[in-house]
Write a protein that binds this ligand. Structure first.
Ligand SMILES: [Zn+2]
Ligand SMILES: [Zn+2]
Length: 179
C-alpha cells in the first residue's frame, strides 16, 4: 500500500515535502510526491473554478493508461466545484482510488488575510488525509476533531486535529491490513 501525491505546478511551492510527510504519518502509509502530469480538465472561465468530477475523470484515465494501482491524491490550485456544490475543498472517488484537493480556499489570502505556510500545510494535510480516508472506504464522522469530519467552513477545518478518532482509526487500520 502506497500513496502518490501529484503536486500541480501552480500549487503552493515548497510545501509538498512537509505535506507529504504529515499525510504519510497521519494515515500510517508511505507516500511519495511528484510533479503533476494529469491535465486539469473541466475549467469554467465564467465560474473561474474547475469541475472536480472532470478532474477525477482525467485522473482515472491517467491511472488506467499508466497502470497506476496505488492511491493517488492530486493537489491543485484551482478552486473546485461539483454539480451539487458551489465549491468543494476536495473530492474522492473510492472505486478508482483517486482524489483531488484544492489549495484555493485553504489559503488565508482567499479571505483577505496574510498567507501563512504553516496554515496551508496544516489544512492541506487535513484535507488530503480526509480524501484519502474516503479512498480507504471511510465515511464521514460526527466527531468534530476527527480527520473524517466534513468541514463546511475554514473554521471547522481548523478545528479538526491531524488525526483519526479511535473509531475511524480502527476502520482505517483494518483496511490497510487488508491491503
Ligand atoms: Zn468527505
Ligand atoms: Zn472519526
Amino acid at each position: 500500500m502506497h500513496i502518490h501525491i501529484f503536486w500541480d505546478s501552480q500549487s503552493p511551492a515548497g510545501l509538498q515535502e512537509p505535506v507529504k510527510r504529515l499525510i504519510s504519518s497521519v494515515i500510517g502509509v508511505p507516500a511519495t510526491v511528484s510533479e503533476n502530469h494529469v491535465r486539469i480538465m473541466g475549467y469554467s472561465l465564467s465560474r473561474r473554478q474547475a469541475d472536480a468530477t472532470a478532474i477525477l475523470d482525467s485522473l482515472h484515465a491517467f491511472k488506467y493508461r499508466q497502470k497506476v494501482t496505488d492511491l493517488v491524491l492530486l493537489v491543485v490550485h484551482q478552486d473546485l466545484f461539483t454539480s451539487n456544490h458551489s465549491f468543494v475543498f476536495g473530492l474522492a472517488r473510492e472505486q478508482v482510488g483517486a482524489a483531488v484537493v484544492s489549495s484555493a480556499r485553504l489559503d488565508n489570502a482567499y479571505y483577505g488575510k496574510a498567507s501563512s505556510d504553516d496554515d496551508l500545510i496544516d489544512r492541506l494535510t487535513k484535507e488530503g488525509a480526509h480524501e484519502l480516508g474516503h479512498l480507504f472506504g471511510l465515511a464521514h464522522c460526527n466527531n468534530h476533531e476527527c480527520i473524517m469530519f466534513k468541514p463546511d467552513t475554514l473554521d471547522e477545518l481548523d478545528g479538526k486535529k491531524k488525526m483519526f478518532c479511535p473509531v475511524c482509526r480502527g476502520q482505517l487500520e483494518a483496511r490497510i491490513a487488508a491491503g
